[in-house]
Design a protein around this ligand. Structure first.
Ligand code: ADP
Ligand code: 3PG
Ligand code: MG
Length: 402
């Protein structure tokens, strides 16, 4: 599982100005950062560079603005970085232009400059070469360090085009994400159990297919389980069920039948009961029903209590657990039971390899244990899924080989 790309550790960075692409696409509510995992995770690379390089210039996107939008400014991130790094961070309100040139020139060695949201320029998402060339030129950087794991599945100016203008290597977070996830997928301590939840089968089709190939068992929960159960002919009432997934699920089950000798029901494990309510309101209460007893107006918002016990029993026998997608509508306490039990099970067994991927899932588990309680809480949503699915990531492919 050697990481095949060159990293910050093997380039001559002494004294050099380094441009770092981070993924500071973090949730903001009322201008306040409500989850700092991605910022925290970027610190080791920045500290490494502060020790070994010259000036550090950081770029990132935030949200999906159409043009300049002050509610999506990276300025609050600069304040958080100052706290975490224990030094001042200069914020520049654009990522190209004379202001950038002057700010970097003026910055003393060993200082940190954060540039404004890349996506205030449409050229960023267009993977525009000229825009990338301007960033490289205006920052005067000698090296480009890709450390925004969460965004490397996008081919954008700051993940792909830029690498044509400056020697480009991986940061420590990117390296750790790729190594940890690839190891768990390619050489896991077995049994390997994949726990897959969330909203849609179609979002995660390739990941499910890959796990049919490599996992010892797959546990399905969340609204995704509703789609599987409906496919199996169960009435799901008013639950969220994704339409037109028959062919997809035929394909998954065909592959599963080819792989397992015993019962496929013990390989792809579906809930045997669900917890329902009329609507997912914050004050809703849980009501467990077995399959076959889901009424017309019932909305299955979590796997049921018996299914939770089965899941925990299976997971307790696993050496590696890869979890993506909350097992229920976890932002409502009554339907967070399954996800909470699973998070606690993993957090209280540090000898088990536990890999958590997906934005909502990571947000959820960090409310139930420190990141250190798990082997790896990925900072990637789509990027983690693509890596697990075995897809090539443009922002990694474009870096220099080791
Ligand atoms: P991640 O961001 O970790 O990849 P997803 O976005 O795929 O995870 O899944 C989380 C989403 O799935 C949340 O919005 C959650 O509320 C929704 N969800 C999970 N279970 C259900 C359910 N039974 N009914 C409706 N929505 C659900
Ligand atoms: C993410 O949060 O998944 C990444 O930062 C990428 O953001 P995007 O989905 O807006 O490209
Ligand atoms: Mg999500």
């Amino acid at each position: 599982m050697a990481f095949s790309k060159r990293t910050v550790r093997n380039i001559p960075i002494s004294g050099a100005t380094v441009l770092v692409r981070a993924d500071y696409n973090v949730p903001l509510s009322g201008g306040k950062i409500s989850d700092g995992l991605r910022i925290q995770a970027s610190i080791p690379t920045l500290q490494y560079l502060l020790k070994h390089a010259g000036k550090i210039v950081i770029i990132s996107h935030l949200g999906r603005p159409k043009g300049r939008d002050s509610s999506l400014s990276l300025e609050p991130i600069a304040v958080r970085l100052e706290k975490l790094l224990g030094k001042s961070v200069t914020f520049v309100d654009d990522c190209i232009g004379d202001k950038v040139v002057q700010a970097v020139k003026k910055a003393p060695k060993g200082s940190v400059v954060l540039l404004e949201n890349l996506r205030f320029h449409a050229e960023e998402e267009a993977n525009n070469r000229e825009f990338a060339r301007r960033i490289a030129k205006d920052t005067g950087a000698r090296f480009f360090v890709q450390d925004g794991f969460g965004v490397v599945h996008r081919a954008h100016a700051s993940t792909e085009a830029i690498t044509q203008f400056i020697p480009s290597v991986a940061g420590l977070l990117l390296e750790k994400e790729c190594q940890t996830i690839n190891k768990a997928m390619e050489k896991p301590a077995r049994p390997l159990i994949a726990v897959l939840g969330g909203a849609k089968v179609s979002d995660k089709l390739q990941v499910i297919e890959r796990f049919v190939d490599i996992a010892d068992k797959i546990i399905i929960g969340g609204a995704m389980a509703n789609t599987f159960l409906a496919y199996k002919g169960h009435h799901m009432g008013a639950s969220m069920v994704e339409e037109n997934q028959h062919k997809t699920l035929d394909k998954i089950y065909l592959a599963a039948h080819k792989k397992v000798e015993g019962s496929v029901e013990d390989f792809i494990i579906l809930p045997t009961d669900v917890s329902v309510a009329k609507t997912p309101s914050q004050t809703a209460t849980r009501h467990n029903v077995t399959l076959g007893n889901v009424a017309k107006g019932d909305n299955a918002l979590d796997i049921g209590d018996a299914s939770i016990e089965r899941m925990i029993e299976e997971v307790s026998g696993a050496k590696t657990v890869i979890w993506n997608g909350t097992m229920g509508y976890a932002t409502v306490p009554a339907f967070a039971h399954s996800s909470a039990r699973l998070a606690l099970e993993l957090a209280s067994h540090p000898n088990k390899t536990s890999i958590i991927g997906g934005g909502d899932t990571a947000d959820f588990v960090l409310g139930w244990g420190e990141a250190e309680n798990f082997t790896h809480v990925s900072t990637g949503g789509g990027a983690a899924l693509d890596l697990m699915a075995g897809k090539k990531l443009p922002g990694v492919e474009s870096l220099l080989n080791a």
